[in-house]
Ligand binder design. Structure first.
Ligand code: ASP
Length: 415
């Protein structure tokens, strides 16, 4: 059986059993079983992911930025690529955050009350975090770390963005090393690959963890959880459609004078491939072929932009991350301050650059984003069961974004 089928079954089983047992929420046997068997199982899975997040995010971002800045010869192509990557990612995160704030899919579960009863320690921590919330200006200043080692050590306690900033600067600096930074880059590539292998191993435990995490949530919150989850899926899909047909059409029309409809038609096969594989990297050969033969974009530009973009430009993922974090904040009744929402936007954009173009590549980063703004990481279990479907959708938008940026960077040039 395929991994995503197992995940879906775990989600359904966890949810159905959790809802059935919801009526026994006061029963000491069920509560003890949840607390001593299911909760630790979920924790083991989450800790495996936490374990590799710091090295993975650091090396992933350094490599992404290094690749982007390395090609000095490409001058204008590189700067345009960076500008359009940041612009399209920012647009997608803003769309996501606006939708989730408007529809509020996670509001109304009233989990806060139950959290007070069952997770008072966690609630206290959340409240302390909220009380210590900094002003927007201070949060922006503190993006520059005083000591990156210290930021790495406290990455899971809210210092991740400072570490990301250091990785950005470090990647640019490495790319400026005229004698070559090949050695250290090779080491970083190997560290990154090892991290991805550990994620793959953790994912083997995911079906059990999803069952445990979803059961615990449904047990505590009842059927209302499923209603919220369905709304959340709908909102992610709506956001992706707006990005794909609204933002991309507008950009294509404004900067290339190409007909967006023609453009999308020429990319149909690539979209299907991205949807089926849920991997930007696996779709790269198809994108290259379409850029050259169907869209007739210049070869050098498309090779550069598409190759780097398959890892460093993930608009759909950025949108999904913004929505997911705010949805889970709503579920846990956590009011994020404006500064924290700005942080989510910035981190989602950066996370899009640091995410591997493989199925589920963004999941470890979601866990970090949650941690950053004081949302219990267990929340990831709520969305994992529907993740494969959303992954297929967001990957399609990721790949589409790479092709759109290639067209924008090329302007009206032909191959
Ligand atoms: N699967 C996505 C991609 O390959 C990454 C993710 O969002 O998990 O683009």
């Amino acid at each position: 059986m395929k991994a995503h089928h197992k995940l879906l079954i775990s989600l359904v089983l966890g949810a159905v059993l959790g809802i059935i047992f919801h009526q026994y929420v006061q029963n000491p046997f069920v509560t003890t079983f949840t607390k001593n068997v299911l909760d630790p199982l979920g924790q083991v899975f989450l800790r495996l992911i936490f374990m590799i997040v710091v090295p993975m995010v650091f090396t992933g971002l350094v490599l992404g930025v290094y690749q982007l800045s390395e090609h000095h010869g490409l001058g204008k192509v590189v700067s345009k690529t960076i500008i359009f990557t940041v612009l399209t990612s920012a647009a997608s995160v803003i769309i996501g955050i606006t939708l989730v704030n408007f529809f509020k899919p996670g509001v109304g579960l009233n989990i806060q009350d139950q959290l007070v009863a069952t997770q008072s320690a966690n609630t206290e921590k959340i409240k302390t975090n909220a009380a210590q919330a900094k002003s927007a200006v201070q949060s922006l200043v503190e993006i520059i770390p005083k000591n990156p080692i210290d930021s790495a050590a406290r990455a899971l306690d809210g210092e991740m963005i400072a570490l990301m900033f250091f990785a950005l600067v470090f990647g640019i600096a490495l790319s400026r090393n005229l004698d070559g930074s090949g050695g250290i880059i090779k080491i970083f590539e190997q560290v990154y690959e090892a991290c991805m292998r550990i994620v793959a191993f953790a994912m083997k435990l995911a079906p059990y963890a999803v069952f445990a995490l979803v059961f615990s949530s449904a047990f505590k919150f009842g059927h209302q959880l499923l209603v919220s989850l369905a709304l959340y899926v709908g909102i992610v899909v709506l956001g992706l459609l707006i990005q794909q047909f609204g933002v991309y059409s507008f950009l294509l029309k404004s900067f290339t004078k190409k007909s967006p409809i023609e453009f999308f038609k020429n990319c149909r096969e690539v979209y299907m491939y991205a949807f089926a594989t849920a991997s930007s990297n696996a779709t790269l050969p198809k994108s290259l072929e379409a850029a050259e033969h169907k869209l007739k974009l210049p070869k050098e530009t498309s090779r550069f932009v598409l190759t780097v973009g398959s890892t460093a430009n993930q608009n759909g993922t950025a949108l999904f991350e913004g929505i997911t974090v705010l949805f889970l904040a709503q579920i846990y009744s956590i009011d994020l301050t404006l500064a924290q929402q700005v942080q989510v936007v910035l981190m989602s954009i950066l996370a899009g650059i640091g995410t591997a173009g493989v199925p589920g590549g963004s999941l470890p980063l979601i866990v970090i984003l949650l941690q950053q703004v004081g949302i219990p990481a267990e929340g990831i279990g709520v969305v994992l069961g529907v993740d494969r479907f959303l992954d297929m959708c967001r990957t399609t938008v990721n790949v589409s974004g790479d092709l759109v940026i290639t067209a924008l960077v090329s302007g009206n040039k032909k191959s």
